[in-house]
Ligand binder design. Structure first.
Ligand SMILES: Cc1ncc(C[n+]2csc(CCOP(=O)(O)OP(=O)(O)O)c2C)c(N)n1
Length: 596
């Protein structure tokens, strides 16, 4: 016999290798049981970071991670992270305390209902069927690509349960078609329902390929006729494990390539790469993309930002779309044709490649016609704010473009960048290219939440312990997540924090301030992040000139150990190109470079 918490911990160690937690009455026994079974538990300082870190860990490693918090207030503190993971489709398990079986106490809420409100299922653990319940929860998380809540009723945590010895054949083959069939019939298999503790990327999901042979033939015919083809890959292509097929099909078609922000780095061959689409993209590269006659879109949601608010594709573009969901044509400024092939990206790209055959297709000339894609070429050059040669704007504060460009030269190459949200979000995406999608982590963008930057760091540090973690955050989001600045400094071996300190909620200033609303609530008094970091044991640097960034060189030269926070005092006058698009769709036309 063992306790319910111990039994849950034992089963969880079969499926996950890291947990992120903050303890309380509801999960104290569980955390103890996890650590006693050898599972590392990274402790965070605000519960939202339990989920945000598990989410980041999953995005970097492809593995299922565990978040844990107590019931009630501990649980409600996780909700923003849970909503983000649900929107972003990160499989993870949130194990929480819950009300006792006798009913809600004054400090309990209906947790199951609140999880449902953010699109997340709850599995309540009972002594009788612990194994079955935990296995179902794990299987649901992986196959539905979703966070799942596993709830431990308070009065049952120490109840005695009988746990069958570990099954001989633990773990299921996620690529076994019979598992798919039983899932499609909505009956999760109970025996051997354990998912391997390996990566969930490329695992078969609940969504079998539904594209018909005729649809695939039509797509092949469209692709064959393309004169100016582009392959545009999104994050769905990455999680389906389709990177290799993407390179192959792009070469086969003689296509230019592009990616969404979340799949930056997915193409190995970058010779014909137009970069990130949308507002983080380079204007002239986007103009080239708009000339495409056929765009093969693989696993990209084509949200308003990727689509440049409808302007990405030119008139009459034929869009061949691979997606596991029943997506509809995006809103576009010009009429486009939209053919959806529903199903798994890797599988469908394989079918397309097989049907395209090896005979020459004959429209490879577009790749050769396009100039400017060579390193340093016109289609790759960014506006570094060269009108400010010393990097300083007229208000005496730094031009963020100049800071971003200089940091691109100074940051360690082996890095994982984790980004909060805000106006500054483009600087890292535009200036710091990554070699693979899991090296740029943006937890918060799916739910459009700020304040999750520091919250992710324990997850990134655990996922990539030998890489330098780079945190990019605004002063607003940074203050929101400040509790886990301590976690950031404690859990990383090598960490660079870049605070884009414009003394404002810049995104609000550049939209609502520009509309004439009172800016007082949008302004943040100058916060001394360097001082806060120093107080917490890191190296804090006030960056008011470009030469102050030399501190990063010194930090690197002395071994790149510990945390350095660069408190970059940037000018609120420089408006990012993507923010201009937002201004434009909101009826604001601000042409000057410095608009505020
Ligand atoms: C949790 C949450 N609260 C509020 C917002 C609205 N919001 C979006 S961007 C932003 C400003 C972020 O400010 P900061 O982190 O300083 O970055 P900046 O925009 O100045 O670059 C705010 C308040 C949000 N998206 N999420």
């Amino acid at each position: 016999m063992t306790t319910l918490a111990e039994a849950v911990a034992t089963i969880l160690t079969r499926h996950a290798d890291h947990a992120f937690g903050l303890m309380g009455n509801g999960n104290a026994h569980l955390i103890d049981a996890l650590t006693k079974r050898g599972m590392p538990v990274s402790v965070v300082r605000h519960e939202v970071a339990t989920v945000a870190s598990a989410d980041a860990y999953g995005r970097v490693t492809g593995k299922l991670a565990i978040a844990t918090a107590t019931y009630g207030a501990g649980y409600t503190n996780t909700l923003t992270g849970l909503a983000e993971a649900a929107q972003a489709r990160t499989p993870l398990l949130l194990v929480v305390g819950d009300a006792p079986q006798s009913g809600l106490r004054p400090w309990d809420i209906d947790q199951e209902m609140s999880a449902a409100a953010v699109g997340v299922r709850t599995y309540i653990v009972q002594p009788e069927r612990v194994e079955e319940t935990v296995e179902r929860a794990v299987a649901a998380a992986i196959r539905r690509r979703s966070p799942v809540v596993l709830a431990l009723p308070y009065d049952l945590v120490t109840a005695q349960v009988e746990l069958t010895p570990e099954p001989q054949d633990q773990g299921i083959d996620l690529n076994d078609p019979s598992i798919m069939q039983s899932l499609a019939a909505a009956t999760l298999p109970v025996e051997n329902a354990a998912a391997n503790a390996g990566t969930t990327h490329g695992a078969r999901q609940l969504f079998p390929t539904a594209a018909s042979s005729e649809e695939i033939d039509t797509a092949v015919a469209t692709l064959r006729q393309a004169k100016r083809p582009v392959v545009l890959a999104g994050h769905g292509a990455w999680v389906s494990g389709a990177a290799e097929e993407l390179d192959l099909i792009a070469d086969r078609l003689g296509a230019l390539t592009a990616s969404s922000a979340l799949s930056q780095g997915i193409f190995t061959n970058t010779q014909y790469h137009l970069g990130i689409t949308g507002g983080f993209g380079q204007e002239s590269a986007m103009e080239v993309l708009a000339q495409a006659d056929v765009v093969l879109v693989v696993g990209a949601s084509l949200n308003q930002f990727t689509m440049r608010f409808g302007e990405l594709f030119g008139a009459h573009t034929k869009v061949v779309r691979i997606d596991r969901d029943p997506v509809v044509a995006p809103k576009t400024a010009h009429e486009v044709e939209h053919l959806l092939l529903r199903g798994d990206a890797r599988e469908l790209l394989g079918s397309l490649l097989a049907r395209l055959g090896t005979a020459p297709i004959g429209q490879h000339s577009w790749r050769e016609e396009i100039s400017g894609l060579e390193p340093g070429g016109a289609l790759r050059i960014r506006d570094r704010g060269t009108q400010h040669p010393d990097g300083l704007c007229d208000d005496g504060r730094l031009d963020p473009r100049a800071v971003a460009a200089r940091l691109a030269e100074l940051l360690p190459e082996d890095r994982h960048v984790t980004s909060d949200g805000g106006h500054f979000i483009g600087w890292a995406n535009m200036f710091w290219p990554v070699s693979s999608p899991e090296r740029m982590i943006m937890v918060g963008t799916a739910f459009q939440s700020i304040g999750l930057g520091f919250s992710t760091v324990a997850g990134v540090a655990a996922a990539a312990p030998d890489s330098t973690v780079v945190v990019t955050t605004g002063d607003g989001g940074g203050l929101m997540a400040i509790a886990d600045l301590e976690t950031t400094i404690r859990t990383t071996k090598s960490c660079v924090i870049v605070v884009w300190n414009d003394s404002a909620y810049g995104a609000e200033v550049h939209l609502y301030g520009a509309m004439g609303l009172d800016e007082t609530p949008m302004r943040i008094p100058g916060v001394n992040f360097a001082g806060i970091a120093s107080a917490l044991g890191a190296t804090g640097v006030h960056v008011t000139t470009l030469t102050d960034l030399d501190a990063l060189t010194e930090w690197r030269e002395s071994g790149a150990n510990g945390t350095i926070l660069l408190d970059c005092r940037i000018s609120p006058t420089v408006v990012a190109p993507y923010q201009r698009e937002i201004q434009k769709v909101n009826g604001l036309s601000l042409d000057a470079d410095e608009t505020r």
